[in-house]
Design a binder for this molecule. Structure first.
Ligand SMILES: [Zn+2]
Length: 346
């Protein structure tokens, strides 16, 4: 029901021009969208019974043609600036209405990078330290499931567990992702590799994924800096920071910061919290370790009075252009707020 209502709101708001009016008001009031993207997928044909990529299903993937349309839209209507410049200007109290910032988390080596170069978008990409050596386990599961040639099977883990793998429908694929994520999220480091190999065989995947195929390398990043793209730190190991000890938390920030400083030859490094969760302790550690600013995965817009260590972002890994306009216009935020108020009333 909720999904159906959302579709109606998007259809009506987009084609009536309401979203565009709303967007202009938001810009005039000084609300700045800091956009959040992740992985960009190739376009490709979609045969009957086609099941979307895991990245799309989990809301962190966007098709290349849709991203291109979005970037062109942004370029036409906003003053696009890098996150660092944005923060410097914000600190000086400059007028930032009409500005927008494009950010990408995780540093995927994909079709998106070429588009950023093609259109001269000064995006900011957040890299996590380990991405130069290994693939984050959830991403690895996504790639394996997307490449699978066997649609339904039982994956036998090294601890004797049987996990049902079914990727024949959207819903089955989602459930499989959560079962596999639960297993690989808890399995000991030494057993992880062996289990991934067994999963790969069970799914009939021939291709071997290496970190340098999946994520930008240090050399890639250095080349992109020449194209006006900037980089930020996204922790060292891409874990839930709220679950770490003080020492581990500090290491996540300090190590990733040092790596980014060496890579960019610059002292000011923005930070992006991995996976979403954070608390007061995490924010304090980010500030204490001298990060320039911090962006979160909380949905919302930035404005003059917002804290630079709790910057909200607009999650735009959408499946349609209409939905993108719904989000960037700020209308989605309004709908969410109305729903929250109604919930409190009843
Ligand atoms: Zn991330």
């Amino acid at each position: 029901m909720k999904r159906f209502l959302k579709k109606i709101v998007i259809y009506f708001g987009f084609y009536s021009g309401l979203f565009e009016v709303f967007r202009r008001i938001m810009v005039r009031k000084g609300y700045v969208p800091i956009l959040l993207y992740h992985h960009v997928l190739e376009d490709g044909k979609k045969p009957a019974g086609w099941v979307p990529s895991c990245f799309e299903l989990m809301g962190i993937g966007i098709r290349k043609n849709l991203l291109e349309k979005q970037l062109l839209y942004l370029k036409e209507r906003y003053r696009l600036i890098g996150l660092k410049d944005y923060i410097f200007k914000k600190r000086q109290g400059a007028d930032l209405s009409g500005a927008a910032v494009v950010t990408f988390d995780d540093g995927f080596k994909d079709e998106g990078v070429a588009l950023l170069k093609k259109y001269g978008i000064p995006a900011t990409i957040f890299l996590f330290g380990r991405s130069f050596q290994e693939i984050f386990y959830r991403h690895r599961i996504f790639f394996l499931l997307d490449e699978a040639t066997i649609l339904k099977t039982i994956f036998k883990t090294s601890s004797g567990e049987d996990i049902l793998v079914d990727i024949s429908t959207d819903e089955a694929k989602r459930e499989t992702i959560s079962r596999l994520s639960l297993f690989f999220g808890h399995v000991d480091e030494p057993a992880r590799e062996k289990n991934f190999l067994n999963l790969q065989i069970a799914l009939g995947v021939l291709r071997d994924y290496l970190p340098q195929d999946v994520y930008l390398t240090q050399e890639d990043a250095r080349n992109l800096i020449k194209d006006g793209i900037s980089f930020g730190a996204h922790s060292q190991t891409h874990r839930n920071l709220t679950l770490l000890t003080d020492e581990e938390l500090s290491n996540e920030i300090v190590l990733s910061r040092a790596q980014l400083e060496a890579l960019t030859q610059e002292k000011d490094v923005p930070f992006a919290i991995p996976l979403g969760p954070y608390d007061e302790r995490v924010i304090k550690a980010i500030k204490k370790n001298g990060m320039l600013c911090n962006v979160t995965s909380d949905g919302g817009f930035d404005s003059r009075q917002e804290d630079i260590y709790r910057i909200k972002r607009v999650f735009v890994n959408t499946r349609s252009f209409q939905e993108f306009i719904y989000k960037i216009s700020g209308f989605e935020l309004l709908v969410t707020k109305i729903f929250e108020k109604l919930k409190r009333l009843f």
